[in-house]
Design a protein around this ligand. Structure first.
Ligand SMILES: [Zn+2]
Length: 168
């Protein structure tokens, strides 16, 4: 388990994570939509990089996100986490299995904070009229976006808010 390398120095339970779901888990057990801590990597100077999985669909359940859902949600997550956690948000990446996203944070691993920001981003999507960074000079497939599709997806994830941390 990747997180074990940081467990001595970072109190992951105090950050609000269910320790039984930290690290790599059997994908047959994963619930969705959910948020779980995958890793907490300490640097030699005490900084910590947190890897967080935002799982939107259950693995191997035939519920894969479409290319447009993944792409537009990726853009909103990038814009939103950058705006709300400018000193801590590192990156967002799409899971190749099309069931969710990888999020990375520097020195911000509190489950409540990360869930709170995600909730804000999902709410902002409801009011958005355009997808961020969707101009031809900003995106590698700028025509492959849909506010309507991502709005529906945001609603789906928001509705599961009470169970987000129940990841497996
Ligand atoms: Zn793009």
């Amino acid at each position: 388990m990747v997180a074990s390398s940081a467990a001595d120095r970072v109190d992951l339970a105090a950050l609000g994570w269910d320790l039984s779901t930290v690290g790599e888990l059997d994908h047959r057990l994963l619930k969705a939509p959910s948020i779980k801590l995958r890793s907490a990597l300490c640097g030699i100077n005490g900084d910590v990089v947190f890897g967080v999985d935002l799982r939107i669909r259950r693995p191997n359940a035939g519920e894969y996100l479409s290319a447009t859902e993944l792409h537009s949600m990726e853009h909103f997550l990038l814009a939103g986490f950058r705006r709300h956690l400018p000193a801590h948000f590192v990156s967002v990446g799409i899971m190749g299995c099309r069931t969710g996203f990888y999020l990375a944070f520097l020195n911000e691993g509190r489950a409540r904070t990360i869930c709170g920001v995600l909730e804000k981003v999902l709410t902002e999507i409801q009011a958005a009229t355009t997808v961020p960074y969707a101009r031809i000079d900003e995106c590698g497939d700028y025509v492959n976006h849909s506010v309507e599709v991502v709005r529906e997806l945001a609603r789906e994830v928001s509705a599961a808010r009470p169970a987000w941390l129940d990841a497996a």
